[in-house]
Design a protein around this ligand. Structure first.
Ligand SMILES: Cc1cc2nc3c(=O)[nH]c(=O)nc-3n(C[C@H](O)[C@H](O)[C@H](O)COP(=O)(O)OP(=O)(O)OC[C@H]3O[C@@H](n4cnc5c(N)ncnc54)[C@H](O)[C@@H]3O)c2cc1C
Ligand code: FES
Ligand code: FES
Length: 1353
């Protein structure tokens, strides 16, 4: 290792490269062989062993890798602290910087930092994989501003994702750093502050609900003391003031040169014209990592004064090309504050674009010049710069030239007029003049940290004192391979008055000019075309409003904006969310040592917040360890003709190539049916099918070599979509049917019959920690130890044993914890672990592989897309008499768990409604996509989503309020489901009443109606949706669990059970159960890991049933121990736990016990429709209100109220965490997350850049969660209920609120009655459904007349 920690000054330059000097957590590091291709993240994790900083995506999109970088800026003469994505920061860019990681600010052993303490204690860390990144974003903010506003906090988190918590607890916890402190600001409930309320009952509209009580006590929080933070190293301060010489870092393939003067840079550019300039590396880093591009010479101009300067001129402000976007924003904001309004129109437009430009970490490093020079067609700044005619200064050794940014600047896709030896020196952003108006708009799938679908800058200048157009520039991104100007449109509008006629003409002209081929890359063609017009309409109204006001001041009267149109001109403003959590406190008198029912913190939360919690890839490397990279198919369906590994094997560090021939045991694998290969043999059946793997000394070497493996194919026609599978009758057996009553008779008796269809898109798990396996061969008897991030330790063990050809007893699988699972690591994790094990067996050395995010998304499958077709018979009053529904799921290229998933969809086809005559049929489509798999809800949400679609259709056809029709059809206590299970302890009616009361439903409904009457272009919608979710594995044998409890002679207890910890707090709950049963404090009980050599033959941690099953097994084991200890207790009743344990030990009593549990009375038979599939049901109801922008299709989640029956909660904090996390995952499923496939089965969405999970800004502005009180469940441990999956479906309330809002928008165009809305309700779908005069101008191309860019899988 070439790293040393020293205090002496850096030595003289070496001809082989310079020394890189940086500080990490206050320690000086001198790196003698800095590798330009290495990121800071790899350096921290692999070279320094600082594994607290996590890898979630490697593309700056998740924030898991956030660290703070501090730098002395000689030009500004100050030290700047910035949150930065370590996954994109090249280590070479950090010369003379100080890096602070999560380990540097606190630790459990030493002292946790308030930032770490608050996220943990506020229950803001579940799986914990995102936590260090969030901690560091907050820490960096506090280093710059010790008392931030909520707005500052929200802005700081724009670049951080969390898949578990639903964000609310993180914001709540950190709200305590703001001036308003932990108070809900009076927004929570009428009785004010959430921190001071007592434990009493309230009555809302006659219904009794529990009052607010805290889930944690903020008075326990340590105060923040900014004086105690690590100081910026004085040595770096003085080094920063010295003039540096040109630095060179020489890597294996890349030379990194850091010049310090402009002349040096221009000389270097003349010497190396093909050299790449790198400032923030937020583009180049992505190109090198994901597009496999190699830039042998990199020039880093970040320190050159001229490129970092900000100069004020008569005409505007000149920014050096290396100025960061953060600096750009700060300077422009200051200018907007102090200049007259009319001068800063362009500045405000730039600021508006920056508001939604990436996340803070990216803006802190990305340069304005980098954005221009990338020349991306969806750059957010270029349309503004072009419409504003900004001046660009280019420079080379030969001199300077100044150009105006216009449509000639970009010469092609990602190309500009710059000559190879030229650089961009600066950009001048102009002031605006009186009579000039400027707007910028950006439309993206998600508001925060997302790339544009369409983005634009619009500039109009009027003849003095009039509304006559003198000049007009409309610039669009996302409509061509380059940023373009709508020149024809603009030309024809010059000289015209800014009136309704101009609008009409502009729209027609834009429709003609801004066209796209139906198969244009990026898809969404109709939507994009409509957007160009809709955004112009927004501009038109905005200008009309400002113009009317400005001319009125001059006494000139022109038409103003209609009051009901004004909301179309309003810029989106986020509001600080407020929330309430309600739960039943433990009964008075419960012993304080008894933690069951108390909101205790996740037991690993503090370690997760300090980075000390170990995940699979954090295990230190073995000395002789190797790294593995997968080689996957690029074709969806093909014969493999040949595999050529010659080039790959010749690459540095490569040790071996693994193929099907290396599988010593069976190459056939699968969790339920063995219908897939460990490694493809002769044929591939999806893009991403694992064909082989390269094993090399480093991950970088393995990955590079894997890309050099050449596979030739003979292609076959793939089946990609459900529709194609239906056409080709490509189905897996069996086709399942579930039926009750006489459906034909039901239809005959109905007043009306309607038919409909709905498609529900798939979903990527997006656990923050990707799949990871470390396989360690033991060298004897075929033994192997596997460290795996899996929900199924036993399945991993058995499938690995099968592939290796050894008995399962030789394989030990260990799981410490996972960074999220959500079903994605139930069966699909085995495809990686098996390959890694095969490799380790072959090379006889430890082998590790943690998949990159793009690989993980490609190979591991996700939630099944579903297509539902239904026919409903109903009466005039909305009562449903008969239902016939057919489900098709896209199962992919193997069965995996698809049958159980389809069965669960059928078990939930009626959701919570009593339908007397019902028939559901389920087909599993066999397609050439990676096998789809378990995902929280396991088919239930898809089944219920279709139910709510026909319910909505019935209400719309009957012209009745949807909530009335839902209530009318709802089950009652004692009713029987279509699978003949009696509904006992039925609580939906109570949940419904409480939800109606909590949400003030009727008042909200009246307010929504009123709002919709007053607003033409924004509409609100409201929906209340119930859910009923069956608890048990439907495969009966899985409903068993084991536990092993050791009591040691000092009284400490080691607990092991069959479940795995993936953030849901299972281990915490199990400790609570053991603590109550044994009657000892939870601090005496410890869980280390889940392993197959302690508790064998475990079921996957899935189906929400793990607390029920393992809880009972733990209880049983503890009971056995208690019985054994009983004599010693009786003998010494005043003795302590330790006394009894010791006495028993000396009496030779076995202090280790195992426990076992199987759920009684289960077993359902589809043939006879008899037997019980479920132990019991979980219930809940949610009411949501949304607002849609009819012109762009964006929506805001305004309010959500959830009432959930979790029985007698074992831990209300964990249960509320599950409710909120599941709900937000559902919000992603139903409104945001869209997997996009090419017609050839190629997945485009392979990372957070293109696949958008909910971010902080997507949580409802008002969110209430109430756990139903007095609802004990006699079927599970300590009267609790399962909670992991059931609440996910409640997010359907957001979807149907959106549909309600769209219904209001459509009625403005005279459209009534049912309409199809597929899930997710993306901006594209919402906009297209809000049909109006603008959508009419952009009719979609005839289906079948073209090959679309993307298909609906
Ligand atoms: C997670 C993420 C989110 C993003 N979000 C957005 C977004 O919302 N909107 C958007 O528009 N973009 C977005 N981007 C793209 C990117 O961040 C911006 O384009 C950024 O401004 C690039 O700046 P940089 O300094 O990082 O560029 P680098 O990667 O360092 O360089 C980019 C290109 O510019 C060239 N270059 C840089 N400086 C000069 C110069 N002075 N002269 C000549 N060539 C030069 C480089 O050679 C290179 O080709 C995002 C990127 C990421 C990773
Ligand atoms: S790992 Fe760096 S942002 Fe995701
Ligand atoms: S706790 Fe945030 S991703 Fe798991």
């Amino acid at each position: 290792m070439s790293v040393s920690v020293e205090n002496k000054k850096s030595s003289a330059p070496d001809p082989n490269g310079d020394e890189l000097v940086l500080f990490v957590n206050g320690k000086k590091i001198i790196e003698r062989n800095a590798e330009p291709e290495m990121t800071l993240l790899t350096f921290l994790r692999r070279k320094l062993g600082l594994t607290g900083t996590k890898l979630g995506c490697a593309e700056g999109g998740c924030g898991a890798c956030t660290v703070m970088v501090s730098k002395f800026h000689p030009h500004q003469n100050r030290v700047l602290h910035h949150a930065v994505n370590a996954c994109l920061a090249p280590i070479c860019s950090l010369h003379h910087c100080a890096v602070t990681t999560v380990e540097g600010i606190g630790s459990v052993a030493r002292k946790v930092h308030p930032v770490q303490e608050r996220i943990a204690k506020a229950h803001g860390s579940q799986c914990g994989f995102c936590t260090p990144g969030i901690v560091m974003s907050m820490y960096a903010l506090l280093r710059n501003k010790s008392i931030p506003t909520m707005h500052d906090i929200e802005e700081a988190f724009q670049g951080n994702l969390c898949r578990c918590t639903g964000y609310r607890p993180i914001l709540e916890g950190y709200k305590t750093f703001t001036k308003a402190g932990g108070c809900c600001g009076g927004k929570g409930r009428e009785n004010g502050c959430c921190m001071t309320n007592g434990h009493k009952e309230e009555h809302v509209n006659g219904t009794s609900i529990p009052s607010v009580q805290p889930l944690y006590d903020p008075s326990e929080f340590m105060p923040l003391d900014p004086t105690q933070e690590i100081i910026f190293p004085p040595e770096l301060m003085s080094l920063g003031k010295q003039t540096e010489r040109v630095l060179r870092f020489v890597g294996e393939r890349v030379l990194w040169i850091q010049p310090n003067t402009l002349d040096e840079l221009l000389d270097l550019k003349a010497t190396y014209p093909a050299a790449k300039l790198v400032v923030g590396n937020t583009e180049v880093g992505i190109e090198m990592k994901f597009k496999n591009l190699l830039y042998p010479v990199i020039l880093a101009p970040a320190h050159i004064p001229e490129l970092n300067s900000v100069e004020y001129t008569e005409d505007g402000i000149v920014f050096g090309a290396s100025c960061t976007l953060t600096l750009l924003g700060e300077v422009l904001s200051a200018e907007v504050e102090k200049c007259p309004r009319h001068e800063t129109e362009v500045f405000k437009a730039v600021l508006e674009q920056l508001r939604w430009f990436a996340g803070k970490q990216i803006r802190n490093v990305a340069a304005v010049g980098g954005n221009i020079m990338t020349a991306s067609p969806i750059s957010d700044l270029n349309p503004v710069f072009m419409a504003a005619a900004c001046k660009l200064t280019l420079m080379s050794k030969g001199g300077k030239r100044v150009l105006q940014m216009d449509d000639k600047f970009f010469t092609g896709y990602r190309k500009t007029v710059l000559k190879p030896e030229e650089i961009l020196l600066s950009i001048e952003i102009p002031f605006t003049r009186k009579g000039q108006y400027f707007s910028a708009f950006k439309q993206s799938p998600r508001r925060e940290d997302d790339i544009s679908i369409v983005t634009c800058g619009m500039n109009v200048v009027f003849q003095e004192g009039s509304n006559t157009v003198k000049d007009l520039q409309l610039s669009y991104g996302g409509m061509a391979p380059v940023t373009i100007l709508a020149k024809d449109t603009s030309k024809k509008l010059i000289g015209r008055q800014w009136t309704e006629e101009l609008l009409q003409e502009a729209c027609s002209l834009l429709a003609d000019e801004m066209t796209l081929a139906p198969s244009a890359p990026g898809g969404m063609v109709t939507y994009r075309c409509t957007l160009t017009i809709s955004l112009f309409f927004k501009f038109f109204l905005t200008v009309q409003q400002k113009l009317a006001q400005d001319l009125k001041e001059k006494g000139i009267c022109v038409e103003d904006v209609r009051p009901d149109y004004i909301s179309a001109t309003e810029i989106f403003q986020s509001e600080t969310p407020s929330s309430v959590q309600l739960y039943q406190a433990v009964p008075p008198g419960q012993s304080s040592d008894d933690v069951v029912g108390r909101p205790i913190m996740h037991l690993s939360a503090l370690k997760q917040a300090t980075g000390e919690a170990m995940y699979c890839d954090d295990i230190p490397c073995y000395e002789n360890e190797l790294h593995l990279a997968l080689v996957t198919s690029t074709k969806a369906h093909a014969y493999i003709k040949s595999i050529d590994v010659t080039d790959a094997m010749a690459m540095p560090g490569v040790v071996s190539f693994i193929s099907a021939e290396d599988v010593a045991g069976s190459n056939m694998t699968g969790p339920a049916v063995c219908d897939e290969t460990v490694l493809a043999d002769k044929m591939v059946t999806c893009v991403g099918h694992i064909v082989g793997a390269i094993v090399a000394d480093t991950q970088a070497h393995a990955q590079r070599a894997s890309k050099a493996v050449k596979i030739s194919y003979e292609e076959l026609k793939p089946v990609v979509t459900i529709q194609e599978a239906i056409e080709n009758e490509s189905f897996y057996e069996p086709v399942r049917t579930l039926q009750r009553g006489d459906v034909a008779q039901g239809f005959r008796e109905s007043d009306h019959i309607l038919q409909g269809e709905m498609h529900i898109g798939g979903q990527e798990h997006f656990y923050l920690e990707t799949n990871c396996t470390l396989a360690v061969p033991k060298g004897e008897d075929g033994e192997m130890e596997l460290f795996v991030s899996t929900q199924s330790a036993s399945k991993t063990q058995s499938l690995v044993a099968k592939a290796l050809g050894v008995p399962a007893s030789r394989i030990v699988c260990r799981v410490k914890r996972m960074g999220g699972g959500f079903g994605g690591k139930e069966s699909r994790s085995t495809i990686l672990s098996t390959v890694v094990a095969v490799a380790a067996q072959k090379v006889k050395r430890p082998v590790r592989c943690m998949l990159d995010r793009d690989e993980d998304m490609l190979v591991s499958g996700g939630r099944h897309p579903f297509f539902g077709r239904y026919k409903v018979g109903y009466m005039k009053n909305g009562r449903v008499k008969a239902l016939e529904v057919t489900y098709y799921s896209n199962a992919g290229n193997s069965m995996d768990l698809s049958l159980s998933i389809m069965e669960r969809a059928l078990f939930h086809m009626e959701n919570s409604y009593n339908i007397p005559n019902i028939r559901g049929t389920g087909y599993m489509c066999k397609t050439n996509l990676p096998s789809n798999t378990a995902f929280r809800g396991f088919g239930g949400p898809q089944g219920m989503m279709v139910a709510e679609s026909w319910m909505t259709d019935v209400a719309l056809s009957c012209r009745l309020p949807a909530e009335e029709v839902r209530k009318l059809n709802m089950y009652k206590q004692g009713d029987v489901t279509p699978f003949n299970q009696v509904l006992e302890q039925f609580t939906i009616d109570r949940c419904w009443e409480e939800c109606v009361a909590l949400s003030n439903f009727s008042q909200r409904k009246a307010a929504v109606d009123q709002y919709n009457k007053q607003h033409r272009w924004t509409k609100r919608g409201l929906a209340i949706i119930p859910t009923k979710f069956g608890i048990s594995f439907t495969a009966v044998f899985l409903n068993q669990a084991g536990a092993l409890v050791h009591v040691y002679t000092d009284g400490s207890v080691l607990l092991t059970h069959g479940g795995t910890e993936m953030g849901q707090g299972l281990h915490t709950k199990m400790v609570q159960v053991a603590s109550r049963t044994l009657g000892i404090p939870s601090s005496k009980i410890h869980i280390t890991e889940t392993s197959t050599n302690t508790v064998p033959n475990t079921s996957p941690t899935a189906a929400s049933a793990s607390s029920d099953l393992n809880g009972m097994a733990v209880y049983n084991a503890c009971q056995t121990l208690l019985q054994r200890l009983e004599p010693y207790k009786t003998k010494n009743p005043k003795g302590s736990w330790e006394d009894w344990v010791k006495a028993a030990y000396f009496d030779r009593v076995n202090l280790s016990a195992n426990g076992f549990y199987k759920t009684p009375d289960l077993g359902y038979d589809f043939e006879t429709n008899s037997g019980r599939p479920f132990n019991y049901f979980s219930y809940g109801v949610a009411c949501s209100e949304v607002e849609i922008d009819c012109l762009t299709g964006s929506h805001k989640n305004l309010r959500t109220f959830i009432v959930m029956d979790v029985g007698k909660s074992l831990n209300p904090a964990l249960d509320i965490g599950q409710v909120e996390g599941a709900f937000m995952q559902g919000v992603g499923l139903f409104t945001l997350e869209e997997l996009r496939y090419s017609p050839q089965g190629y997945l485009y969405t392979r990372g957070p850049g293109m696949y958008k999970i909910p971010a902080f800004g997507d949580i409802p502005t008002e969110l209430s969660v109430s756990l139903l009180r007095d609802a004990p469940n006699e079927k599970a441990i300590f009267s609790s209920k399962a909670v992991g999956e059931p609440p996910l479906f409640l997010a359907a309330s957001v979807f149907y609120a959106i549909k309600d809002a769209i219904t209001a928008a459509r009625s403005e165009s005279g459209l009534t009655g049912p309409f199809r809305l597929d899930s997710p309700a993306t901006p594209e779908r919402i906009r297209n459904a809000c049909e109006d005069s603008f959508t009419k101008l952009c009719p979609p191309a005839e289906p079948g007349s073209f090959t679309p860019w993307a298909v609906q899988a």
